[in-house]
Design a protein around this ligand. Structure first.
Ligand code: PXP
Length: 236
């Protein structure tokens, strides 16, 4: 499995003081030097962490792959078409949420999603859809033309170590198997940490994990190189 590191939390810290440090671009470089195989960043509609200048700089400096998370917003689609990241991951977005709370409802807006991603696919950008591990959502995703899904691991992460862990884990395992049967590649992320990440090895064929909060949190105590190396070792 590969490790994509989400650097949004570095930008959140920077923005707390409105200055320039810590620099998310420098963080991306350190992540890459210590085992990250891609860098994920979410350009939110309210620009609460990553800003336009960040993505325009990142696209020039990143040596691995830039995975741009985005909502179905036309201005952000335009930025994606302008910078042409390696991949985009389509996520739902609510202004008041602390972080992305649930998966994208692809089944409920199949035509809208298909139309929205078409220009991105035509531009050669790989498209991933961030969905809950649910068969209806997986089947709908397979009809859109997207090459990847990213399974939302939030419910599993919350259930980890509790009585419903197995139930939530099986949802991921079954959704991944169905997606692969339908020709989709499968990533996963949200809420994964140094303990619950190990069970991801039990899901055959998982391609990449996108992890942010736990790595940046650990980095406060150990430094970013050590925090990324440790996670990279766990998922290799
Ligand atoms: N994948 C997606 C689509 C996300 O929205 C997020 C959170 O920004 C992550 C992965 C990473 O989640 P976490 O920060 O909990 O590791």
């Amino acid at each position: 499995m590969l490790l994509g590191v989400n650097i949004d939390h570095v930008a959140t810290l920077r923005n707390a003081r409105g200055g320039v440090e810590p620099d998310p671009v420098m963080a991306a470089d350190i992540c890459e030097q210590n085992g990250a195989t891609s860098i994920t960043t979410h350009l939110r509609e309210d620009r609460r962490h990553i800003k336009d200048e960040d993505v325009y700089t990142l696209i020039k400096t990143i040596k691995t792959k830039l995975n741009l998370e985005m909502a179905m917003a036309e201005d952000i689609q335009q930025i994606a078409l302008d910078i042409k990241p390696y991949s985009i991951c389509l996520v739902p977005e609510k202004r008041q949420e602390i972080t992305t709370e649930g998966g994208l409802d692809v089944a409920g807006q199949l035509d809208k999603v298909t139309e929205f991603i078409k220009p991105l696919l035509d531009a050669g950008i790989i498209v991933s859809l961030f969905i809950d591990p649910d068969s209806e959502q997986v089947e709908a995703s397979a009809k859109t033309g997207a090459q990847f899904i990213e399974m939302h691991t939030g419910a599993y992460s919350e259930a980890f170590g509790k009585e419903n862990e197995e139930k939530e884990f099986l949802k991921l395992k079954n959704a991944a198997a169905l997606a692969q049967k339908l020709g989709l590649k499968v990533n996963a992320g949200h809420g994964l940490n140094y303990e619950n990440v190990n069970r991801m090895h039990e899901i055959p064929g998982l391609y990449e994990l996108n992890i942010g909060h736990s790595i940046i949190s650990r980095a406060v105590f150990t430094g970013l190189p050590e925090a990324v190396r440790k996670m990279s070792d766990l998922i290799k």
